[in-house]
Design a protein around this ligand. Structure first.
Ligand SMILES: [Zn+2]
Length: 288
């Protein structure tokens, strides 16, 4: 009896799960504008293969990070200003490995670790401005979760809501109307969402990043100030300046991360929760 019930429930859910897949596989998308929103330089790291694939396939990928990443260090000699500059350069260098030009990188300049205390209306207004300016078809953002809050660390949690809230606001011309009346922008609807950092079982879309896996190894290796001993003793952007064999070991660790930890069916992959529809329904299991 229980097996019958399980089969029945699976049968009833199947259409919804299938509906949640993109009609065209992400690897075949072309001609789109894609806006990635994250909190810190490196939040995009887990999506680098997908971003490189999209950019190479004739889509325009933009990356918007809300903070400068100016706090995350245990180097006692580091300052906020210096760290913000280091993190910017690391991000630009990483994006370059993905074929994404520096002019596609937008940073809103908020302080790392403090995003939830920023003026929410002001942050949303700025994101809306960029959505109306760039007119993305697809938004990549931290997954805010299905119908209930998904816990992320503070800036990530805040960024997950800000991104979808801004997408919602961007489509109403009477919200932030000055952008439309005085700045010549238009209201804009984002129709597709690729949410990253989902809770595992909520993933419904896997992207084969085989063609750009090596690019991802190289792009991840740019975050020297975050993923190596430079976190506590910054020695510059070059891996050769790290003590002993650390540079080589770091590269090997990134390679394992891409090819082993991120693999599925023997191929390097990245996973997302895809959602298509109105931003108001982004927390539901089905299309709007
Ligand atoms: Zn982060």
């Amino acid at each position: 009896m229980n097996r019958i019930k399980i089969l029945l429930v699976a049968f009833m859910l199947t259409p919804f799960l299938l509906m949640a897949q993109p009609e065209t596989p992400v690897e075949e998308w072309t001609g789109r504008t894609v806006l990635f929103i994250g909190a810190h330089p490196d939040d995009d790291g887990g999506s680098h293969g997908t971003m490189a694939t999209l950019q190479a396939n004739g889509n325009d990928v933009y990356v918007m990070l809300l903070t400068t990443g100016n706090v995350g260090t245990s180097d006692p000699t580091m300052t906020r200003d210096r760290l913000a500059k280091i993190r910017r350069q690391e991000e630009v260098d990483a994006l370059k490995e993905l074929g994404i030009p520096e002019e596609n990188y937008i940073n809103l300049g908020y302080t790392d670790g403090m995003l939830e205390f920023a003026d929410r209306e002001e942050v949303v207004k700025q994101i809306v401005w960029w959505i109306r300016k760039l007119k993305p078809t697809t938004l990549m953002a931290f997954d805010p979760g299905y119908g209930y809050q998904q816990w992320h660390k503070t800036d990530h949690r805040t960024a997950s809501y800000l991104a979808v809230d801004a997408a919602r606001a961007a489509e109403w011309r009477l919200i932030f109307p000055s952008q439309i009346i005085n700045e010549g922008l238009e209201e804009h609807s984002v129709t597709d969402y690729l949410f990253y950092s989902t809770t595992g079982s909520n993933d419904n879309t896997w992207v084969d990043i085989s063609d750009f896996a090596e690019n991802k190894v190289r792009s991840l290796s740019k975050y020297v100030s975050q993923f190596t001993s430079a976190f506590s003793n910054y020695t510059g952007p070059d891996l050769e300046d790290l003590p002993g064999n650390e540079g080589e070991e770091f590269l090997e660790r990134m390679r394992r991360r891409v090819f082993e930890r991120g693999s599925r069916d023997g191929k390097p992959m990245e996973s997302f929760r895809y959602y298509r529809g109105n931003p108001d329904g982004a927390g539901s299991r089905r299309d709007w």
